[in-house]
Design a protein around this ligand. Structure first.
Ligand code: G6P
Length: 616
């Protein structure tokens, strides 16, 4: 993970760098640092454990003057989050500094090699070796040519990297290199920028260059950006991307935190995604880039994802199997990548679901699937992300920038995208006639209104949050698609409130988790009006009989639940019971947020987590 940013131009660098780090902080926030090439011809930097706000305070007193600099916000992989392990890392001469996002797999071997050759390494990180390898190249045949020195150094690396390098002897220049980890560069009238993704650049320019794996870039203070291939030859037409995101979308806009803002943005996000999706021939999903015949031939769908996106996959599995009658396998990317035998048919469609489009395990899985000859379709939120660029087809869920580490609006948008995909497949396979497709589309289009209604009932979640104040653990129960809603509710709660939470299919509770129940133990039951409603009500009875406190998500007018349970989180009736998870989860998002706030947690930046997990 980690976020990197670089600026060289006519303005002072530190302001841009700190702003850039704040925008990238969702990638990691256990330590941060900045380094500038000073007017005295030396490097000057500040780095420290803690968040970007801590670095900002230190920078105020350090008075870093210089128009070329690099900066980093870290999510520790190798070495504890300490001042010493924070980036940037310097070489032995103190005249070269690097920032790195990724993992250098052969760092032990390189550290021993460097130590044998007289280098003194100052940190426990894998990244520091890069600075010393560049030092060797610069001291040798590459002196005066930073691009070549960096090119020589990265040739010795195994693993993944996005790096930015400054050298006191090459003022007004930053050299970047990419392999595996994302990196964008941009030329503007005020100078040239580099960043892990477009977020820090959205207010600065609307055109960025996405570096491809193996490419390097040289940024000059004049604003000139030159991209080079692995052999060092300039690339004529590097991949330019137009940013169409509104920079203000990444500001709080009056909300207490990004989670609150992003929960509130769900109805609009779904409206954007659903708009214009019904045409003369039914559901329009041209993004699939597949012919009608290829779609009709699909005989197996593989859904691969991580974290919250994996929960989307579980819901999508039911939607696709029920509507399109195609068998579906849903797997965690991190598990899939190490499975020995993967069953694929000649007509397998692989769908990777990833908000960021940069999750390392998901990207590896997509590449493995492509290697086996499968078409890969990406459902993602981030324009031009690696998953989007490498896939055969991509559906952008258009939820807008999601800043809070815990996913909310991307989750519901990805579920709606999955429903569209299920309908499109059902249509192509002749499993659904036009009236049925239209009915389902109408149900989907009703979701934003239903979510608005749930959001207006947030007081119910606020009140129910009191149940968790002194709890150490919680159990979430649901059946069918709402067993997944339970899993997502439990994940949200533990991510942001650090309260242990476990989800179980309600009918399975009697085979183990029931042993946990004691007076006051909180249980959240998802019990909408559906075909398994009465079964789940029986499970609630079992919970209450043991003195546990039940919070239920139930459909308006449900007297059975109202008479049993003290705290009901009410949802309005949903057209199709398979779509209930998209509405019910909104209560669980709000509940988790209130519990986290009651417990004094930072809901947007939970400890140890990062939004974009770009390491394996
Ligand atoms: C991290 C985030 C989660 C996210 C998961 C998968 O763990 O904290 O919120 O669900 O990565 O991310 P992706 O971008 O692939 O959906």
């Amino acid at each position: 993970m980690c976020g990197i940013v670089g600026y060289t131009g006519r303005d002072q660098a530190v302001g841009y760098l700190l702003e850039g780090l704040s925008a990238l902080e969702y990638r990691g926030y256990d330590s941060a640092g900045v380094e500038v090439v000073g007017t005295d011809g030396a490097l000057h930097g500040v780095k420290c454990a803690g968040r970007v706000s801590v670095l900002r305070e230190r920078c105020e007193t350090a008075n870093l003057v210089g128009t070329t600099g690099i900066a980093h916000t870290r999510w520790a992989t190798h070495g504890a989050p300490t001042d010493r392990n924070s980036h940037p890392h310097r070489d032995c001469t103190g005249r070269i500094a690097i920032v790195h996002n990724g993992i250098i797999e052969n760092f032990r071997e390189l550290r021993s090699y460097l130590a044998r050759n007289g280098h003194a390494l100052a940190s426990d990180t894998d990244s520091e070796v890069i600075a010393h390898l560049i030092e060797d190249a610069w001291a040798g045949p590459c002196r005066g040519d930073l691009v070549t020195a960096v090119r020589h150094a990265v040739r010795r690396l195994r693993g993944s990297w996005a790096i930015a390098v400054v050298c006191a002897d090459a003022p007004g220049e930053i050299v970047c290199a990419r392999n595996g980890s994302p990196l964008v560069v941009a030329s503007t009238p005020d100078g040239a920028f580099a960043a892990s993704d477009v977020t820090p650049l959205a207010g600065v320019t609307s055109r960025v260059i996405q570096l491809e794996n193996g490419q390097l870039a040289r940024l000059r203070a004049s604003g000139e950006v030159t991209v080079f291939d692995e052999e060092g030859a300039p690339v004529d037409a590097p991949a330019v991307m137009e940013i169409d995101w509104d920079a203000s979308a990444a500001t709080l806009g009056g909300y207490a935190d990004f989670m609150a803002k992003e929960i509130a943005e769900q109805p609009e996000a779904l409206e954007r995604l659903l708009s214009g999706r019904l045409g003369e021939k039914g559901i329009l999903l041209d993004e699939l880039s597949m012919s009608e015949k290829d779609l009709a031939d699909v005989d197996l769908v593989y859904l691969i994802a991580c974290g919250t996106s994996y929960h989307v996959g579980l819901i999508a599995r039911t939607l696709i199997q029920t509507w399109a009658k195609v068998p579906v396998i849903c797997d965690f990317a991190s598990e899939f990548n190490y499975e020995q035998d993967v069953l694929v048919t000649p007509h397998t469609l692989c769908v990777v679901i990833t908000q960021s489009g940069e999750t390392a395990d998901t990207l590896t899985a997509a590449r493995r699937m492509r290697g086996m000859g499968c078409k890969v379709f990406a459902v993602t939120n981030v324009l031009g992300s690696t998953a989007a660029r490498e896939a055969d087809g991509v559906l952008y869920v258009q939820a807008g920038p999601e800043v809070c580490v815990a996913s909310t609006k991307a989750y519901t948008a990805q579920m709606v995208a999955s429903a569209l995909l299920a309908l499109r497949l059902a249509q192509a396979k002749g499993e659904m006639g036009r009236p049925e497709v239209e009915r389902h589309y109408r149900d989907l289009c009703a979701l934003p209104g239903l979510i608005r209604e749930v959001i207006s009932r947030s007081w119910q979640d606020k009140r129910a949050a009191a149940v968790f104040r002194r709890a150490h653990s919680a159990l979430f129960l649901g059946r069918g698609v709402n067993a997944t809603t339970a899993s997502e509710g439990a994940l949200k709660l533990k991510e942001i409130s650090y309260l242990h939470a476990e989800a179980y299919p309600a009918g399975e509770m009697k085979h183990g988790p029931i042993a946990l129940l004691e007076p006051g133990f909180p249980v959240v039951a998802i019990v909408p009006a559906d075909r398994v409603h009465d079964k789940t009500v029986s499970n609630i009875q079992e919970v209450i009989a043991r003195g546990a406190v039940c919070v239920a998500v139930a459909t308006d007018g449900d007297e059975d639940v109202a008479s049993l349970v003290e705290h009901v989180l009410w949802i309005p009736p949903v057209g199709d019971e398979l779509l209930v998870p998209i509405v019910a989860v909104v209560h669980l998002q709000m509940l988790a947020r209130y519990v986290a706030r009651t417990r004094g947690c930072d809901v947007d930046k939970p400890r140890n987590l990062a939004k974009s997990v770009t390491v394996e």
